[in-house]
Design a protein around this ligand. Structure first.
Ligand code: CP3
Length: 344
């Protein structure tokens, strides 16, 4: 019998209460994270220092008793390992040398520098050795489309105009970039599983910004290829897909061989309940702002989600990352509500 509730849900079992973890659960809303963060000279340095990253991974699990720990790292270590210079500004925003032309892309490596990523795999092993048996360890990467958005623009963008234009104008070069990211991500996730990750999540934060045909080409096809590659090495890998804000969740879930689909907060949980295969675990989808607000917004938000997903495999989470201004007492209340509330 599987001892980890998170993995039971991924295997298609309904658990009561559902397992819970939060995207970005390690981070700035925790004072212990702030003091740990002050020990590293930069955010990237922090990610590449196993003792610090392992401690950041464990902090929220220790404080709140979540059912899963998520590796403390970032999706942009892949471009870094492909030779694209990466820094994080003090405000937190990433900066990469942008890819303005196919020639800029030509200057990057086509395979990841494994030595660059080895401290991250060391973090995975260290966390694994220190986690209680019933807590799962989640590894992750960004989906090729989302990582490409940061590689092309070189920074955060509200609408990904540059990347969408590049994908239309330089179709062949963009297809090549996506191909490199598919291979790199499959290899990176395999290595995380070999180092001890129990499951992996693929974050496609910018999936929702594409027209249907472009979504198929740049999000679904690459995810299908990535997962096929990963399953060649790890047939039973447990995989969560998170195509944030996509209107084609049904097609995504049908084609990608995933064990759970992450839902952002705009998805009606009652619609999700009747629209997805009853064996597919659903993960989500409390509004991070309802958690920040607390009170009735939090109570009723949790109630709705618990009753909509009652009796089917569900992993409680937010619809996107926890916000830095979130009071710790609200996270404590959330756990209390999810774990103790009698579900009507
Ligand atoms: O969830 C966790 O606790 C694990 C760690 C994690 C981080 N980033 C740490 C981080 C994970 C899973 C990510 C994923 C990530 N990174 C995504 C996909 C998920 C999402 O949030 O949409 C994206 C798009 C990135 C890229 C990225 N990293 C951006 C745009 C930023 C700046 C914005 C921000 O939130 O500050 C980061 C920085 C970052 N990644 C921080 C953390 C804790 C903040 C930096 C700091 O603490 O100094």
């Amino acid at each position: 019998m599987e001892t980890k509730p998170f993995l039971r849900a991924l295997a298609g079992q309904a658990c009561s209460p559902p397992p819970i973890w939060l995207m970005r659960q390690a981070g700035r809303y925790l004072p212990e994270y702030q003091s740990l963060r002050a020990k590293a000279s930069s955010f990237l340095e922090f990610c590449y220092t196993p003792v610090l990253a392992a401690e950041a991974t464990l902090q929220p699990v220790r404080r709140f008793g979540f059912d899963a720990a998520i590796l403390f790292s970032d999706i942009l270590v892949i471009p870094d390992a492909l030779g694209q210079k990466l820094t994080f500004e003090t405000s937190g925003g990433p900066r990469l040398d942008p890819i303005a032309t196919p020639r800029d892309f030509g200057r990057l490596k086509t395979e990841i520098d494994r030595r660059r990523l080895s401290p991250i795999l060391e973090t995975v092993s260290q966390v694994k050795a220190n986690l209680p048996a019933e807590i799962a360890l989640i590894g992750f990467c960004g989906a090729p489309w989302t990582v490409a958005c940061y590689m092309i623009a070189g920074r955060s963008s509200p609408d990904q105009t540059q990347t969408r234009l590049f994908a239309y104008r330089e179709r062949e070069a963009f297809q090549q970039l996506i191909g490199v990211l598919v291979d790199a991500s499959a290899e990176y996730l395999s290595a995380q599983i070999e180092a001890g990750a129990d499951a992996v999540q693929i974050f496609d934060t910018w999936a929702g910004i594409l027209p249907a045909a472009e979504f198929e080409r740049w999000c679904i096809d690459p995810i299908v290829a990535l997962i096929a590659r990963l399953r060649l090495r790890h047939k039973n890998a447990r995989i969560v897909g998170f195509p944030k804000s996509s209107h084609k969740l049904g097609e995504y879930a049908a084609r990608a061989k995933i064990d759970a689909v992450g839902l952002d907060s705009s998805v009606d949980p009652y619609w999700a309940r009747k629209s997805f295969d009853s064996n597919l675990a659903l993960q989500g989808n409390l509004d991070p702002l309802a958690l920040m607000a607390g009170g009735e917004a939090l109570e009723s938000g949790v109630r709705t989600i618990l009753s909509a997903f009652k009796g089917r495999p569900h992993i409680f989470n937010l619809g996107h990352g926890i916000l830095p201004q979130t009071p710790i007492s609200h996270v404590e209340r959330l756990l209390e509500l999810v774990r103790k509330a009698p579900i009507q």
